[in-house]
Design a protein around this ligand. Sequence first.
Ligand code: ATP
Length: 353
Amino acid sequence: MSALEKSPREAAPLITLGGVSQVFDTAAGPIRAVDDIELSINPGEVLCLVGESGSGKTTAARMAAGLARPSSGQVSFGGTDIWSMKRAEFGTFRRSVQYVHQDPYASLNPTRTIQQTITAPLLKHGVVKSKKEAAEKAVELLTKVDLTPAANYLPKFPHQLSGGQRQRVAVARALTLDPKLIIADESTSMLDVSIRISVLAMLGRLRDDLGVGFLFITHDLAIAKYFGWRGKTAVMYLGRIVEFGPTPKIINAPTHPYTRALIDAIPEPDPDLTKTKGRESLRSLEIPSLANLPAGCSFHPRCPQFEDGLCDGKVPQLVEIRSGQSAACHVVARDGVPEVHGAPKARSGGPGA
Ligand SMILES: Nc1ncnc2c1ncn2[C@@H]1O[C@H](COP(=O)(O)OP(=O)(O)OP(=O)(O)O)[C@@H](O)[C@H]1O
């Protein structure tokens, strides 16, 4: 069984990305923004996708949402390839998977009031039977995202709201069609810290109360820790998944040198994260271009564990390093994790758990 396969007793995945790649033609030549990734999200599960800017998180998420077609590989919803679905089935899939963008200002129609923004999908898809019922449902949804009293917000336009309030409206709109999965793409990264925390807390409540699954995209492992503690985390680097596992293991006992470097880079004095810090310096801070990737492991020019002839040969595949935790690293697969990052530390919960 490969590292990412589920045992038969686990729930059938809601969404699966099977060997999915996305190639873009650019002025510098073709680039593989996402290269052969395997991911699955079970109903009600939180999967955090973490990596630096340009690692392919948004491209992967757009494919998971059916907003972009993979160059190769398969995206399945409930076991069916979404690109072989009939129109009606594809419509059901699109309603079940809602995307919340980083910048709600760009995704909310500036000419529509909040009431129009929320009621339009309700009426269009027949979730409600009348405008009156739609207005009642809009109040209910705004209340769910803590925009209260809702009546104050309904007549407003997006430009009359703060960034945090706009993001809450975007989440309320995502909830209109009772989704099974919300893809939150850096949804809090443009917000001030205190507002970010309150929006994250609201999303956490929805996660717990509604049982909706999340594909949660962030460049910040500290946020993945907060939001996805009871879920899983996949770490991406230059289009590939380099580490995957339960979030507490990724945070407390990272195995891939890149994950450890990400943890080292977190400026916050988080005691859990600090405990895991590797005190290894990268050989280079420069991220290679996707148009001209180094041979073998694309992290090798930066990796403190680089071995000549091993790391610059073949591309490493994800293999299980510890139970449920896999990494794509030749050295770790051969030698295990260096002493300083040894055994997982005992922990029972995280701040977002
Ligand atoms: N439509 C496109 N055409 C050409 N290149 C693209 C396109 N979309 C994304 N890319 C490139 O693909 C790579 C991955 O981009 P992507 O947005 O998926 O990364 P990301 O990890 O989400 O980064 P960020 O956090 O900055 O959005 C980048 O090099 C980006 O420039």
